[in-house]
Design a protein around this ligand. Structure first.
Ligand SMILES: [Zn+2]
Length: 305
């Protein structure tokens, strides 16, 4: 029978497998989303032809005082709003973060990003690509009518990400939960809208491979990120928000420093195991499945859902 320590290591490895699956899913979606946003931008741009360049940067200068917006920015806002699945959402966009004068700047990346980010719930920086962040991609797919992915699939993907990663301070995942998560992610990548994209198809196969425990050990992506996650947990296990933030960077490819594997892994695992028991003890009864509108990093507001 496996010892508590071995079980703890297995559950940690499952956590790493889940992070790997989220990272693969995000990377698998990038090409599809980028092509789609370029096409949507072109469609909107065609309908806004003939309008003069904006000089005021209306979204920044007049924010939600739309009466003061120039004809160009107002036309672009109207056309963008037509793609908003929930009409109400256009009125809660934080316009002061956007540079509406960039919208009409041609199909450059900055202009496409500025339009795509209107659909991202609580967008942090409209200058960066939506595909830089897992949650932003899901938010775009949910809110933008250009896409027609079933709402339930997206909700389940969000649940997987939030319950087993973003709200998971144990840094462990049970085997049956991991398989359920992988089922959700593979089902999502294999849905009618995405299955025609070759990158999504490849990623779907990779996620399916992760379901087989015997194959996981040989998955190069897991081997690549496992030492990094392991060291983050080892160094910051008492500060889960730091771990979650840095792991989110790994999922989003924002990490630049490779953290080397430490030599005393077994000893570290013992510490991790005791931390896990301690965490279970203090959190007993407090864990909730509620994944709606929580902000894990209340202080920074960075870790959105
Ligand atoms: Zn304007």
């Amino acid at each position: 029978m496996a010892s508590g320590l071995d079980q703890s290591e297995t559950k940690f490895n499952n956590y790493v497998a889940l992070i790997t699956a989220l990272k693969l899913t995000k990377e698998g979606l990038e090409e599809y989303v980028n092509i789609a946003m370029k096409d949507m931008y072109k469609k909107i741009s065609n309908k806004c032809r003939g309008y003069l360049d904006c000089r005021d940067n209306c979204s920044k200068m007049h924010v939600a005082n739309f009466d003061k917006w120039c004809d160009t920015c107002e036309k672009w806002r109207e056309e963008i709003a037509l793609y908003m699945r929930n009409k109400e959402r256009i009125s809660v966009v934080h316009w002061n973060k956007f540079e509406s004068m960039i919208w009409s700047g041609g199909d450059k990346l900055t202009a496409i990003n500025q339009v795509a980010n209107v659909f991202v719930h609580e967008c942090r920086n409209p200058m960066v690509s939506v595909t830089d962040d897992f949650s932003s991609i899901i938010s775009l797919l949910e809110n933008c009518k250009y896409f027609s992915i079933e709402r339930n699939l997206l909700l389940n993907v969000r649940k997987v990400r939030n319950k087993y990663f973003a709200h998971n301070g144990t840094f462990t995942v049970e085997e049956n939960d991991l398989v359920k998560c992988l089922d959700v992610l593979s089902g999502f990548l294999n849905n009618r809208s995405l299955q025609a994209n070759s990158k999504c198809k490849q990623t779907y196969k990779k996620i399916c491979d992760l379901k087989l425990k015997s194959k996981r050990e040989n998955v190069i992506e897991i081997s690549n990120i496992s030492p990094m996650v392991y060291n983050l947990v080892r160094l910051h296990h008492d500060k889960p928000t730091i771990v979650l933030e840095r792991v989110d960077d790994i999922i989003s490819n924002k990490h630049s420093t490779f953290v080397k594997r430490q030599p005393y892994r077994r000893f570290d695992l013992i510490l991790l195991y005791f931390f896990f028991l301690f965490y279970q003890f203090i959190m007993h009864g407090n864990l909730t499945d509620d994944i709606e509108d929580k902000d894990v990093l209340h202080g920074t507001g960075r870790f959105r859902e």
